[in-house]
Design a protein. Structure first.
Lengths: 247, 368, 303
């Protein structure tokens, strides 16, 4: 029996009359790379916020690493990592200051911080750059560093919010290789994106349209099912009918 | 021309659709005037004063009766030593003390000259000064009555000792001060922020690429804020006349013309800041620190410029608000005409041309 | 229509090289794509062409006008859509369009035929403030505003970044229709999959152009054979293949790995499968595939 680290049952979030997330249900297995796709406004961000313990659902049930999203949000936050393209690292702090800051807010002891940061710098080959400001690093390095920092407290799940926009194809692949590596070590990876090429890397993807999950399967199976050659086309066929996303 | 009008319409839309801007623009002058105004009048009414009547004679009694009749004072008649008076001041119990020396009436009748000492708490200079003025007026009033009765001129001289802040400035100075402050705030901060916002949003790029000339971009930014600032001047003047009972003695038109000059000075300053600043926060900080504080400190509105050490006095000369403050005070309070303020006007015009020249020279028709 | 000769641009007093002797030309009526990651120098090239930046050296012209001397003529006759959303968020859809039309000395009605296709989609929301539109709608409005004065060339800097796939597709369809109406379009994108929609593309990396060709020719120029390999354990498969002696390069491409060999050899496939079996890889699938633009980009980057 595989361990389910995320269990979602009819999860719903309403803002007044507007139903942002409409009775979604799914499960994510330990070590899986799970793609959470949808157009702008389809409800991805709202759903992810609920899973990260940042927003309380209106109804339905969900647990993340065994903790309830209504009552145990603090426990959830301790056991997940989060990285987004928009905000992750402080550009005006140096590499090592960023690492120490994040290690610090997750409550690692000084000894752990020292060990972890040395290990991280070693792995990324950032030795000569540790005193450099993050703002001066190339985008690709920033992303790799951000990803490693998000894993510094050894979370069981890492949430990635549109992680790889705008980098060159080689750097992007190096980034995904890091994701594969983390997944091979048993970290569950939850990726939200609306870039379909990113979706192709996932073990399974769900596609949200108007707050509902319209499809959920391995990319290959979805392509077979819709009889198309890319996830882009799968997404296009599903999302074309959306009402809210268009506005 | 049509482009110019659309641009100005757009600027008004920005202002009218943003509640915060509206609040700063129109709420601020009203609040400042009312706060300054009422804080001042409330303090002076029912001020507690003590009277030490060492004389205890006819004349001193007459004056004391007059003071007691006034609505401004709560009086207490006690005989105290000087040290007791000082103690009361320190405890903040009293605002002023009036001391009639021994033989007051006698001196008045025979030497034709007598002294009253008024000691007032000038830690709040405006209040202290107002109390002094009221008391002096009452005493002068008594003197006049006496003169009507007796042919020989009798003189009561009041000896005023101001504690804590010996050289205080006259009250009611705050209306010109608030005018300088509000115009500075609205023009400098609002224009610089609104230009920098276009840079931040990326719309400046599109504007530059359009056939609309960069110089016109600036002009169309300036016009709406000039108009809005004039509304502010009118608001402040109306409030000071009808709510604070401070009449405009001089020419209203002259006042408005001078205000327009000062607004243009401020707009050029805002423009200069917008060229330097890259983000809205930066523009706001520079406007606040670089403009507001000097206006408060160096204009003479809060602190008398004459008391500054020489280097600071020299610095105060380049603060535009200082000259505008003098102009407004001269026209509004003293009621003098242009001949009294031509020098200040000339200086202000000079500063304006300098600022405009610098900022137009630095304005870029490209991105860097 | 658009010409660049040895354009070079540095920032921070020469310490950051953004554009490194770039030359290319775009013919009239062409849909030309600048393809490359962030920091490749795409935006700098756009700003130089839009007369917003001065190049350190080299010359450039738009419709025969020099970008330095005739900047005023260029500004009157091009449409430019900067990288980030650059309309007034607090003005409504209609107000924005009207504002930009007047700014360029024209009326909406005059060139309505150009924007009609796009504007009909926006019309139901014409009173809505631009800031309240979705990403895709904002880009459509920005395109309308850049088009309203009937420019001879349209410069679009990353118009589809941050826009969802459906809107992206619609946006490219619009570009195709504008091209049919004879407007020259220069567009940039970090997404390789959009390259196929252009007539010709320039692949850019670190301020340099690696190749300027039609997408078909760029793919034709890819000399190596390319294989897609997949197994249930992608992570170990990747490291195994990287260690394999015949491997030239191996990269993850979605649900499979793209593999190229050092030499062309009939036995490459069999040898690879044998090697993988020796490394305990099960259920390995391996088939020959045609390269995409992204494969070409990676291969060009490594040259």
């Amino acid at each position: 029996m595989e361990e389910q680290v995320i269990k979602v049952e009819k999860l719903t979030k309403r803002f007044g009359d507007f139903t942002a997330v409409d009775e979604i249900s799914f499960e994510v297995t330990k070590g899986e790379i799970f793609g959470f796709l949808g157009a702008n406004g389809a409800g991805k961000t709202t759903a992810m916020r609920m899973l990260c313990g940042l927003s309380i659902p209106t109804s339905g049930a969900a647990s993340v690493v065994g903790f309830d999203v209504y009552k145990q949000t603090e426990d959830i936050k301790k056991n997940i990592g989060y990285m987004s393209q928009r905000f992750s690292l402080y550009e005006d702090l140096s590499v090592i200051e960023n690492i120490k800051f994040y290690a610090g807010i997750y409550g690692l002891t000084n000894k752990q911080i020292k060990e972890k940061s040395e290990e991280l710098i070693e792995r990324l080959g950032l030795h000569s750059e540790i005193k450099k400001l993050v703002g001066a690093l190339p985008l690709g390095w920033k992303q790799k560093l951000a990803f490693s920092v998000a894993l510094i407290h050894s979370p069981q799940i890492i949430f990635l919010d549109e992680p790889t926009g705008g980098v060159d194809p080689v750097t992007r692949r190096q980034f995904w290789e890091m994701i594969y590596e983390a997944s091979a070590k048993g970290v569950t990876v939850f990726v939200t994106t609306h870039y379909m090429d990113e979706a192709e890397y996932c073990n399974r993807v769900s596609i949200m349209v108007d707050g509902r999950i319209e499809a959920l399967d391995a990319p290959r199976k979805l392509k077979e099912k819709f009889n198309v050659s890319s996830m882009d086309e799968v997404f296009y066929m599903l999302a074309r009918g959306a009402k809210k996303a268009v506005i | 021309m049509k482009q110019f009008i659309v641009f100005i319409k757009k600027e008004f839309a920005h202002v009218l659709r943003d509640r915060r801007t509206l609040l700063i623009l129109f709420g601020l002058p009203v609040v400042q005037i009312l706060v300054f105004g009422f804080a001042l009048t409330n303090e002076v009414k029912n001020s507690r004063i003590v009277i030490c009547d060492y004389a205890n004679d006819e004349s001193s009694h007459a004056i004391i009766r007059k003071i007691e009749a006034s609505e401004y004072f709560d009086t207490e008649k006690i005989t105290l030593s000087y040290s007791d008076i000082e103690k009361s001041f320190k405890e903040g119990k009293i605002k002023a003390a009036i001391i009639f020396p021994l033989n007051f009436d006698n001196d008045l009748q025979h030497l034709n000259k007598a002294q009253i000492q008024i000691i007032s708490d000038a830690s709040d200079p405006n209040t202290g000064n107002t109390i002094n003025n009221y008391l002096s007026t009452i005493i002068a009033d008594y003197q006049r009555q006496m003169m009507d009765n007796i042919k020989i001129p009798l003189r009561v001289t009041t000896e005023i000792r101001m504690l804590y802040n010996p050289q205080l400035k006259a009250a009611h100075n705050f209306v010109p001060g608030v005018m300088a402050l509000v115009l500075m705030l609205v023009c400098v901060m609002m224009t610089s922020i609104s230009i920098v916002r276009e840079k931040e949003m990326g719309t400046m790029e599109v504007l530059l690429v359009s056939p609309y000339r960069p110089i016109l971009v600036i002009l169309s930014k300036a016009v709406p804020y000039l108009l809005l600032s004039l509304v502010n001047v009118a608001t402040i003047l109306l409030l000071s006349v009808f709510v604070l009972d401070l009449p405009i003695v001089g020419s209203v038109w002259l006042l408005f013309l001078e205000s327009i000059l000062f607004i243009i000075t401020s707009l050029s300053l805002g423009l200069l800041i917008s060229i330097r600043a890259k983000t809205q926060q930066e523009a706001m900080l520079i406007s606040m620190m670089g403009m507001m504080l000097p206006t408060l400190i160096f204009s003479g509105f809060m602190f008398p410029v004459e008391n500054f050490p020489l280097p600071l006095q020299i610095i105060s000369n380049i603060v535009p608000a200082r000259w505008f403050y003098i102009i407004v005070k001269t026209v509004m309070v003293k009621g003098l005409g242009f001949s009294a303020i031509w020098k200040e006007t000339l200086i202000l015009t000079g500063i304006t041309f300098f600022l405009l020249a610098v900022s137009l020279k630095n304005f870029k028709k490209r991105l860097e | 229509m658009v010409e660049l000769n040895n354009i070079r641009k540095t920032y921070n007093k020469g310490s950051v090289l953004a554009v490194d002797s770039v030359s290319f030309s775009v013919s009239e009526g062409e849909l030309f794509g600048l393809i490359g990651p962030d920091g490749a120098g795409k935006s700098s090239i756009f700003r130089i062409l839009a007369t917003l930046l001065l190049a350190d050296s080299g010359t450039a012209s738009v419709n025969g006008w020099d970008v330095v001397n005739d900047y005023h003529k260029i500004r009157n006759n091009i449409g430019y859509m900067p990288g980030r959303f650059s309309l007034y968020q607090d003005l409504s859809v209609e107000e924005n369009l009207e504002f930009f039309a007047t700014l360029f000395g024209t009326k909406i009605q005059e060139n309505y035929h150009l924007v009609k296709d796009i504007y009909v989609q926006l019309e139901p929301f014409k009173d809505r403030r631009a800031g309240k539109l979705s990403g895709g709608m904002k880009q459509k409005l920005a395109l309308c505003c850049a088009l309203i004065h009937k420019p001879v060339v349209l410069f679009l800097d990353e118009p589809t970044t941050g826009v969802d796939p459906v809107s992206r597709k619609e946006f490219w369809n619009m570009l195709k229709r504008l091209k049919e109406q004879g407007i020259t379009i220069v567009v940039s994108t970090p997404y390789m999959d959009e390259a196929n929609l252009c007539d010709r593309i320039a692949l850019m990396q670190n301020g340099k152009i690696m190749s300027v060709e039609s997408p078909e020719n760029i793919i034709k120029d890819y000399k190596n054979e390319l294989w897609a390999v997949a197994s249930p354990s992608m992570h170990t498969l990747l490291s195994d293949l990287r260690q394999f002696e015949l491997t030239e390069s191996c990269y993850a491409f979605g649900d499979s790995l793209h593999l190229s060999f050092k030499t062309k050899n009939e036995n490459n496939r069999t040898e690879t499968l044998q090697y993988l079996e020796s490394r305990n890889q099960r259920e390995v699938e391996m088939k020959k595939i045609n390269p995409g633009i992204e494969d070409c980009f990676i291969s060009l980057m490594q040259q």
